[in-house]
Design a protein around this ligand. Structure first.
Ligand SMILES: Cc1cc2nc3c(=O)[nH]c(=O)nc-3n(C[C@H](O)[C@H](O)[C@H](O)COP(=O)(O)OP(=O)(O)OC[C@H]3O[C@@H](n4cnc5c(N)ncnc54)[C@H](O)[C@@H]3O)c2cc1C
Length: 322
């Protein structure tokens, strides 16, 4: 670890920690930022995500603002040709007759689905253009930005926030499911998710099932030569070993939407643990003795979709300290 006492220490190198770190390390005020994480970005839950921009599957009054802000940043990154981000047209659909949510109607490419747009078993839906992020290459891109701003990722585990305060007075806690033990916060619960990566049989548009909460849903996310198939949502399970039965179910359900998927070559499996919380925690807490922690965790199934918006709020919550 570096010896200089940083202005602030960020715990976690998933999407929340990396985005917040880039936002703060590139700040014109020139903060000395350190990132310390038990797992590097490529082995975090974030690396396993699909990852489509979609503001559902996480709860907080700021979700609409955070998600729209993030949409804008991802769109700009795509326009600038940065790695890992695509804008893809597609369909989000429900197996029930539901009204189109307000957030969808202002998005690029929006229109209500016609019956011809909907696969068998789906009753309603809407089309729009969404950012889809290739997480391994996008996290590597964020790390390059961090290094350019003078920050590297150090690998270590903290058993408590007090341990982190030994190294900095200002701590930003982006520990995902790790917050359950680190804070400790029993409101954070694991929801295991699994995806199957197959060789893309020619799918160019995404399909995402819309459900009221995280549960077994069907989605197909094209990423060039790779097509990611989802998904699963197993509450209170934190096992990272891919389950072949779950994988079989995912391929079968996705083949119900795009039959060519049934014969596609399987390239790999991804598993991650979503940090479910009844409400996302983005909050500043005074810890005494001039020490401050800003929490940024509990993003459940939407951490990528909210990442830049949450990072902006964290920066605002720290404005007076740095
Ligand atoms: C299969 C799957 C599909 C998904 N699809 C999508 C999608 O399409 N769109 C979307 O927006 N979201 C999606 N998600 C959700 C998204 O992945 C999560 O919301 C997001 O990854 C959470 O990011 P995070 O940075 O908060 O946590 P993580 O990625 O878990 O990172 C936490 C970091 O904190 C570190 N840490 C934890 N505890 C400690 C400690 N005590 N000491 C030091 N370091 C610690 C970890 O090592 C890690 O570096 C999906 C998730 C899964 C599993």
């Amino acid at each position: 670890m570096t010896s200089a006492r940083p202005d602030l220490l960020i715990i976690g190198a998933g999407i929340s920690g990396m985005t917040t770190a880039v936002r703060l390390a590139e700040d014109a005020r020139g903060f000395r930022v350190r990132v310390v994480a038990e797992r590097r970005p490529e082995s975090s839950t974030s690396a396993a995500a699909g990852a489509i921009w979609d503001p559902i599957y996480a709860n907080h009054p700021e979700v609409p603002a955070w998600s729209m802000y993030t949409y804008g940043v991802l769109r700009d990154l795509e326009r600038a040709g940065r790695p890992g981000v695509r804008l893809v047209d597609g369909v989000e659909a429900s197996r029930r007759e539901i009204a189109t949510p307000g957030w969808a109607t202002s998005l690029p490419g929006f229109r209500e689905c016609t019956a011809a747009d909907l696969p068998d078993g789906f009753r309603s839906g809407w089309c729009y253009r969404a950012p889809i992020v290739d997480m391994p290459s996008y996290l590597a891109y964020l790390e390059r930005r961090l290094i350019a701003a003078g920050t590297t990722i150090e690998t270590a585990r903290f058993d408590s926030l007090d341990e982190a305060f030994e190294q900095a007075d200002v701590v930003v806690n982006c520990s995902g499911i790790g917050a359950r033990e680190l804070v400790p916060d029993p409101l954070v619960e694991p929801i295991r998710g699994q995806l199957v990566a197959v060789r893309n049989p020619g799918v160019t548009e995404f399909f995402a099932e819309h459900t009221d909460e995280l549960e077994e849903m069907t989605y197909l996310l094209p990423q060039g030569d790779v097509l990611l198939l989802g998904g699963s949502a197993d509450k209170d399970v934190d096992d990272l070993v891919p389950d072949p039965e779950v994988a079989r179910g995912i391929v079968e359900r996705c083949a119900g939407v795009v039959p060519a998927v049934a014969g596609a070559t399987v390239l790999g499996h991804r598993v991650g643990i979503r940090p479910q919380r009844e409400q996302i925690r983005v909050e500043r807490v005074e810890a005494g003795g001039g020490r401050v922690v800003v929490h940024n965790y509990g993003h459940s199934g939407a951490g990528v979709s909210l990442s830049w918006g949450c990072a902006e709020t964290v920066a605002g919550l720290l404005a007076g300290d740095l």
